[in-house]
Each structure stands twice: as structure tokens, then as C-alpha cells.
Ligand binder design. Structure first.
Ligand SMILES: C[S@@+](CC[C@H](N)C(=O)[O-])C[C@H]1O[C@@H](n2cnc3c(N)ncnc32)[C@H](O)[C@@H]1O
Length: 295
């Protein structure tokens, strides 16, 4: 027998109830994100249009998705996309789900790009470990004069980043490049940016189940102390950075001093220190240290 139709208020109440019984942290918010996402509605519309009918097929989809959520799958993995800096970004098996805290790195780099544009330059960006393309695509979207290369070790991630570039009308200014950090990168860039894997290997097992089981290991594991990628990036960035360029990196809330020391030893100075939405240290922007000889 086909499912009888319900209205939005009724299906929302059902999903909220399921999530409450399953002890999710914020059942009302999660129900709104899931139902609006599945029905392709703005989140506010599921409240404002409560009397609108929801068809039987959609009810089946919503109930199946609610069961996946209750079984521990993160909500955006179920939807298959997440919004980042106003862009809809598709997710895939080997992409990290982009986090809102990464938006502060975009915020901090944008004025630097705009200053370059003001000087008549067309900034070139390099996003190392681009994943969904989040950082690079957000910057390209906000700065129409810029173009960018997003690298990743994962072919799956690069295919998703390219699809996201096309989806957001940025395909002609974004290039995906499979590369182990700088190994296949050629040329010089005005801004090099990265949110590399930074969890110490031994801490992976202790991460929240939703992260451990659904974000790819290659996007999380930063080696014994979590800092391996920063050492590689700091030690090679100079060869790929244009005159007057910047390097911006995200890191874990307790890694700022260590990341700063790695970059200073490689000849960089801090230009900006950035905190995230929870007021934790989250990113640093470096410039070349004047007169550093590398000796
Ligand atoms: C923490 S995720 C960040 C993804 C995306 N930039 C973001 O902020 O949402 C780190 C990314 O680095 C990639 N990665 C891991 N090891 C790499 C390597 N050796 N070379 C290039 N990329 C690598 C992962 O596949 C993953 O996409």
C-alpha cells in the first residue's frame, strides 16, 4: 500500500519525535535541516509552510533518512551536500565535510586578495588538500578576478571539487590537480592556503564516532604529532610563492604555537592570527620573513 500523504507539520513532528527519542543533541534543528534538505526547501519554509502536503514517496525518503541519522550517520552525509560560505558543496566518500570554522580562514584571506586586485593583480591561489574545494571555491566566488588550483592526494576528492566548481559556476577559474602536497605543483602563487589533516595518529580512535566513521582517514591523520603536513608545506612553500604572497593554514585549537614555530624556522613571519566562531585559535597567515636566508 502506498504511504498516505501528510503535511509538513505532521512529518516534522514525527521526525522531531524520533530524534528526541534517540537523544540527538538538537532534535528540532536536525529535523529542520534534514527535511528541508530532502525536500529542497529553505529551512524556514518547513515552518512557514506547515500545511503544505508532503507526498507519499517523499515521506518514505524522509523516514529512511531519519533512520540513517538515528543509526549515527551525520546529517550532511545523508543529504550528500553541505553549505560552505554560501556555496552548496557536494560530498563524497573521500571528502571531509567542510566545517563552518574553516570559513574564518576565507574571511581572513579575502582582504589580502582584494588588496592585490586593487593593485591591478589577478591573484592566483593554491589550495593544498582541497577536499570538496571549499576554501578555494569560496575565495574564487568572492573574488571574481582570482583563479585557483586545488590539489589533493585523493582522485575521488578532486572529482568532487571539480563538480562543485561547475555546480557553482566557477569551473573556468578552478583547476584540480592530483598531487602529494607540492609534488606535481608548478609555478608560483599569490596565496597558498591549506587546511591539512592535523589530528595526531594516536588520537583518531578517540574522535567522535560521527567523525571517525564518516570523515576519511586521509583528511584527518596528520602523523605522530599531527604536524607532518605543516612541516612539508612550510619547508617547500617558498619555492611556489610569488613575491608579496601569503600562506594561510588552519590547525587544531591547541596547535598554534607549534605551527608558528615550524613556519618561523622555515623563514616566515605571522601576519594575522585568526580565531574561530568558538573563540579558539584556528588559523595563521604568514608572509616571507624579510631577509631570511634559510641558513
Ligand atoms: C582536513 S581535509 C580539508 C579539506 C578541505 N580543504 C576543507 O577545508 O574542507 C584535508 C585534505 O587533505 C588531503 N590530503 C591528505 N594527504 C594529502 C597529501 N599528501 N597531499 C595532498 N592532499 C592530501 C585529504 O584528502 C583531504 O582532502
Amino acid at each position: 500500500m502506498p504511504e498516505p500523504d501528510l503535511n509538513l507539520d505532521q512529518i516534522m513532528a514525527e521526525v522531531r519525535g524520533l530524534f528526541r527519542d534517540a537523544d540527538l543533541d538538537d532534535p528540532a534543528l536536525e529535523a529542520r535541516i534534514l527535511v528541508s534538505g530532502l525536500l529542497d526547501l529553505e529551512p524556514a519554509a518547513v515552518i512557514a509552510r506547515g500545511r503544505s502536503p508532503v507526498l507519499g514517496d517523499d515521506i518514505v525518503r524522509i523516514r529512511a533518512a531519519a533512520q540513517r541519522r538515528i543509526a549515527g550517520e551525520p546529517i550532511y552525509r545523508i543529504l550528500g551536500w553541505r553549505e560552505f560560505y554560501g556555496l552548496k558543496l557536494l560530498l563524497s566518500k573521500e571528502t571531509l565535510e567542510p566545517r563552518p570554522d574553516t570559513e574564518v580562514l576565507v574571511d581572513a584571506i579575502l582582504p589580502l586578495l582584494r588588496e592585490m586586485v586593487g593593485q591591478g593583480r589577478k591573484p592566483r591561489l593554491l589550495d593544498l588538500g582541497t577536499g570538496t574545494g571549499a576554501i578555494c571555491l569560496a575565495l574564487l566566488h568572492e573574488c571574481p578576478e582570482a583563479s585557483g588550483v586545488g590539489t589533493d592526494i585523493s582522485e575521488d576528492a578532486l572529482a568532487t571539487a571539480k563538480a562543485n566548481a561547475d555546480l557553482n559556476g566557477l569551473g573556468d577559474r578552478f583547476e584540480g590537480l592530483q598531487s602529494d602536497w607540492f609534488s606535481h605543483v608548478r609555478g608560483r602563487f599569490d596565496v597558498i592556503v591549506s587546511n591539512p589533516p592535523y589530528i595526531p595518529s594516536a588520537h583518531i580512535a578517540g574522535l567522535d564516532r560521527e567523525v571517525r566513521e564518516h570523515d576519511p582517514l586521509a583528511a584527518l591523520d596528520g602523523g605522530a604529532d599531527g604536524l607532518d603536513p605543516y612541516r612539508i608545506i612550510a619547508n617547500q612553500a617558498d619555492q611556489y610563492l610569488a613575491d608579496g604572497g601569503f600562506v594561510g593554514v588552519e590547525f587544531g585549537w591547541d596547535q598554534m604555537a607549534a605551527v608558528q614555530a615550524i613556519f618561523e624556522a622555515a623563514g616566515f613571519v605571522v601576519r594575522h592570527a585568526i580565531r574561530d566562531y568558538g573563540e579558539r585559535d584556528r588559523a595563521l597567515i604568514f608572509a616571507r620573513s624579510p631577509g631570511f636566508s634559510g641558513e
